[in-house]
Ligand binder design. Sequence first.
Ligand SMILES: CC(C)(COP(=O)(O)OP(=O)(O)OC[C@H]1O[C@@H](n2cnc3c(N)ncnc32)[C@H](O)[C@@H]1OP(=O)(O)O)[C@@H](O)C(=O)NCCC(=O)NCCS
Length: 154
Amino acid sequence: MAHVFDRAQDPPSAGFATERLRLRPFAEKDLESFAAYRRDPEVARFQSWDAEAYTLEKAKQLFETSCQEFNVPGTWYQMAVADAETDELVGDCAIHFLEDGQQVEIGYTLAREHQGKGFAREAVDSLVHFLFFVLKKRRIAATTDVLNARSVTG
Ligand SMILES: CC(C)(COP(=O)(O)OP(=O)(O)OC[C@H]1O[C@@H](n2cnc3c(N)ncnc32)[C@H](O)[C@@H]1OP(=O)(O)O)[C@@H](O)C(=O)NCCC(=O)NCCS
């Protein structure tokens, strides 16, 4: 698969492309869809947030706190995963930039209607390439519940 990246020093303003997707910064227009899939109990089942309480207001707060500054040690950055053709939000990838500046932790979520198409694998594969080969991070970790089979096998 071809990976199209910005220059190493760029923040992901233009995002980066995979075959079917574009990983790009979140925009305000994404927030309704984002809150909607975070409210889906199936999507939230193994995640840290409370689906019932996931309002648009919460999505806006996350947008203010975790979608503005990129690659800052000690912070999380939430990236949108969008359909490359329509720019519709299909999910997101979260990146935790650890304090040492060399390691990251990642997370990923797809709206239920976009699961089962290989999108998570495609997005995460591209993200991992970006983190290792463009940002030159040395270690990438992810944690999942052992019962979260879709995440473990993806
Ligand atoms: C974890 C999660 C992102 C995985 O999504 P996913 O769509 O199952 O993952 P993948 O991208 O690996 O897709 C694999 C599926 O797509 C299918 N698929 C269809 N077209 C495909 C293609 N072109 N390429 C690859 N796989 C394809 C595969 O056969 C596989 O289906 P199967 O699981 O029924 O065998 C998703 O379940 C999710 O968002 N869960 C809720 C949030 C969550 O728990 N996140 C993880 C926290 S650690």
